[in-house]
Design a binder for this molecule. Sequence first.
Ligand SMILES: Cc1cc2nc3c(=O)[nH]c(=O)nc-3n(C[C@H](O)[C@H](O)[C@H](O)COP(=O)(O)OP(=O)(O)OC[C@H]3O[C@@H](n4cnc5c(N)ncnc54)[C@H](O)[C@@H]3O)c2cc1C
Length: 462
Amino acid sequence: MAAIETGRPVIPLYIQTEAPSSRRQGAASRWWLHHSLESLSKDLNAIGGKLIMRVGDPASVLATMCKSARADAVYVSKGYEPQMDAQDLSLANQMGQVGIQWKSFPGHLLWEPETIRNKSGKPFQVFTPFWKSASQSLKPITPLPVPTHWPAPVVWPKSDSLSKCNYLPSTHWDQGFSTVWAPGEQGAHENLKRFAGQKFDSYQVERDFPAIEGTSRLSAHLHFGEITPNQILHECLQVGVQAGKSSLSVIQSTFMREIGWREFAHHLLIHFPSTTERPLRPEFESFPWRKDSEMLAAWQKGQTGYPIVDAGMRELWATGWMHNRVRMIVGSFLVKHLLMDWKEGERWFWNTLVDADLANNTMGWQWIAGCGADAAPYFRIFNPITQSEKFAGNGNYVRRWIPELKDLADAHLHAPWKASASTLEGAGIILGKSYPNPVVNHMIARETALDAYQRMRSTKKK
Ligand SMILES: Cc1cc2nc3c(=O)[nH]c(=O)nc-3n(C[C@H](O)[C@H](O)[C@H](O)COP(=O)(O)OP(=O)(O)OC[C@H]3O[C@@H](n4cnc5c(N)ncnc54)[C@H](O)[C@@H]3O)c2cc1C
């Protein structure tokens, strides 16, 4: 909009780069990105614009493009990952040297992460005071309208084709994704309207039950900038105020608090950039993680013998998404029951989540492992059986993703190995054949994990 307001022609440009210093997008994210760009391209065409795509080094693509189009400024939406930040800075310098202005705009977050500080001027490491301090100044800005006409140049520059970016997987792994997701701005806003109108009020109660579609499913839309947190806040406020709620109660709602966790994750990533690779709490550097590729593969494929864990991992593989409650259960299972390094889980999620996000994923895994900011203490070990009974008690979620257990009664569904031989036979299950035996014993795994934790702590004291 800022570029359009100059009254000069505007060329929408997307550059695909594989800068060696940046983390390559995961496979599921690339699927989303492909369809998101396709959708953006269509939206631009509809108002007389055109998305120009180029594969190459951003600095040279920009320099060539600016020269041939006689452009005098580049307008960008600011990136909030440390490497993006560094890249923006370097591009701004390079453009500056050839007399091209660099105009960078916020929007991806509600606050600039550097601006939120505690009383001693340091970054927050605990969520509640962060949110208390930040949300006090939260004022929604009226979102800008979508432009109705595009100020096109007389001649459009040539564009590479989207297929040159090579974003789609070579197998049919992504087959199920398009039945669940509609990447692009329209899909994002439809989701938001449905959520704000029908689900916002019940969110606090329903958000923990994976069989219910009780959450917004906006994470990938947010990650790819198809919607902004300000637009979400604005819509929730409008719907809420119309229904007689106060603005304060909307801002302080459980849902906006979750949007706040996303802000907190970006705050942490900017202030502690090494956490993508290393634990925030240094004592965890010496944690005796286990290496076991078979165990890891069982977890990745949803073959651990713990139904709630397997259901989650299969949902992830089939749809590129997993419910938050189940992310916590499978994460805890990997780092505590299987004693595997949280980075193994982080990498798998990175590759298979359509909403894979450096800030949220890093914080989520460090939270699970107990080594991050405001993290669950390591000794809080999720029990996959009681979690399943509590949050997936009616069995719908497990039956949906593990059809081989569909005929097992609810009472046995969460721990099938405890069922009698005749019950299993009646449900057509042969443990170890049609469905795996549990890869670890819950109680023994729990004790082993606590032991490993104690050893790490005593090493620290020495
Ligand atoms: C181990 C682990 C890994 C995770 N990895 C990611 C990731 O790569 N990308 C990602 O977007 N989220 C991640 N999360 C956070 C959370 O699970 C997802 O944001 C959420 O499930 C997305 O569904 P939703 O949009 O329906 O969420 P809603 O419940 O509707 O929440 C609305 C929005 O708030 C934000 N949000 C919600 N919960 C969290 C949270 N715990 N931390 C940070 N932001 C949150 C998301 O942007 C989300 O879209 C992870 C959580 C865990 C435990």
